[in-house]
Design a protein around this ligand. Structure first.
Ligand code: SF4
Length: 407
């Protein structure tokens, strides 16, 4: 064997060692998913279908999913056994922060373990009583130059078309907007927003969001997209939705056929845990991508859910398989009632540092902290530059080895 091949093989062994722990973790996670989670969620689905005296066809109909949302403690307790203390706590939290889950998302939960990440994202916990944080840390109300509009950047803006969502995520950063009722913006407000965009020539990118814009009926959503698309200076339209995750039944052929008339159109979703990447959710993403709509994922770092390097790697690699590009990881904002999900920037950076080198660049999103008071996104990067001047730069590689480039 020649010397070069010998060195290459030694390096290959070193690299294999680097990934061994993750591979073990992945095997265990997938085994557990196949043996326990999949079996459990099928069982839960059957129970829910029987309870509501429904059919498979009903289950696959998003209107049925919405009509049968579980939003009362008494109904929830038919499926998950709650202690008296939990029952009372759920009722108490419900008075402060609304909660609801689709039957589909409930079927993914672990009925025995309230700390299972899917449960934590959907069901209230006592920690929501914590009084720290604000309802609007982004001061969105001060970046609202016209009805339904949020504008934080020179050439792009957001239209918030509804306050309704299929499920009320416990970590929601927009609790303020979705808190009280399901309210679709009035035609008058939408028209005023469209007028603002028409009159603001520098706006080239419009994000339609909410709440969740896919909660609107197809015709209403189409009417908004059509008006925005007709504005000559709007180059791209983006939709922000979590429905492919919490109610994938919403992604119908009719919806995709409608959306694909308005290219260039992009969609960003929010998967936070690999347990959300179910067959149904992946199939929903496939439909969207097959309609020519590039998809990106905007994960939020959440303690107890994804503040783990292997979970993030597994999620991002799973997303790529579903043809969804991991786009952003958001640092959690200090929103009232969500303190228990917060992590430190240091912890987030450690995970980002691990990802580099251990997975492909496509599976490494940008880590972003949204500055308070609507001051915009701040990218957070692990430190790779050790020192730099006009003559040289000293850097660290992904393995922490030092390299120097002399100019
Ligand atoms: S889908 Fe988005 S806006 Fe709606 S509750 Fe969840 S995080 Fe909040």
């Amino acid at each position: 064997m020649d010397e070069k091949r010998k060195i290459s093989l030694e390096r290959a062994d070193e690299l294999h060692e680097e990934i061994e722990d993750f591979l073990e973790f992945k095997e265990e996670f997938l085994r557990e998913t196949a043996e326990i989670r999949d079996v459990l969620s099928k069982k839960h689905k059957e129970e829910l279908i029987n309870y509501f005296d429904a059919t498979e066809e009903d289950w696959n109909d998003w209107h049925w999913q919405l009509r049968h949302r579980i939003s009362s403690v008494s109904l929830l307790s038919k499926f998950i056994k709650l202690t008296d203390k939990q029952y009372k706590m759920f009722e108490e939290i419900s008075k402060k922060f609304r909660w609801a889950t689709t039957p589909y998302y409930l079927s993914l939960m672990d009925y025995e373990d309230m700390n299972y990440p899917i449960n934590l994202m959907a069901l209230p916990t006592e920690a929501e009583n914590d009084k720290s944080g604000e309802l609007d840390p982004m001061s969105e109300e001060y970046t609202n130059p016209a009805p339904c509009i949020t504008r934080r950047y020179p050439n792009r803006l957001i239209i918030n078309v509804t306050s309704s969502c299929a499920m009320f995520c416990r970590h929601c950063q927009r609790r303020r907007r979705i808190g009280e009722c399901d309210r679709i913006e009035s035609e008058e407000n939408i028209n005023a927003a469209v007028e603002y965009i028409k009159n603001t020539k520098e706006i080239r990118d419009v994000l339609i969001t909410g709440g969740d814009p896919l909660m609107l009926p197809d015709e209403m959503l189409e009417s908004i997209i059509k008006q925005v698309r007709a504005i000559p200076h709007v180059e791209i339209i983006r939709i922000g939705s979590r429905l492919p995750v919490t109610m994938p039944q919403r992604i119908t052929d009719d919806l995709c056929n409608m959306l694909k008339k308005y290219h260039p159109l992009f969609m960003n979703v929010q998967f936070n845990h690999p347990g959300e990447l179910t067959e149904d959710a992946v199939a929903a993403c496939e439909k969207i991508v097959n309609a020519g709509i590039p998809m990106g994922n905007q994960m939020v770092f959440l303690k107890g859910i994804n503040n783990d390097k292997y979970i993030v790697q597994l999620l991002n690699e799973g997303l790529l398989k579903a043809r969804v590009r991991p786009y952003y990881i958001f640092h959690p904002k200090q929103v009232l009632g969500t303190k228990h999900f917060e992590i430190t920037v240091e912890e987030g950076l450690k995970i980002m540092k691990y990802l580099r080198g251990h997975t492909s660049g496509l599976a490494i999103p940008q880590y972003i902290l949204n500055a308070p008071h609507g001051l915009g996104k701040i990218p957070l990067l692990p430190q790779y530059i050790q020192e730099s001047d006009e003559e040289h730069v000293k850097l660290f590689t992904w393995e922490g080895k030092e390299v120097e480039i002399v100019y």
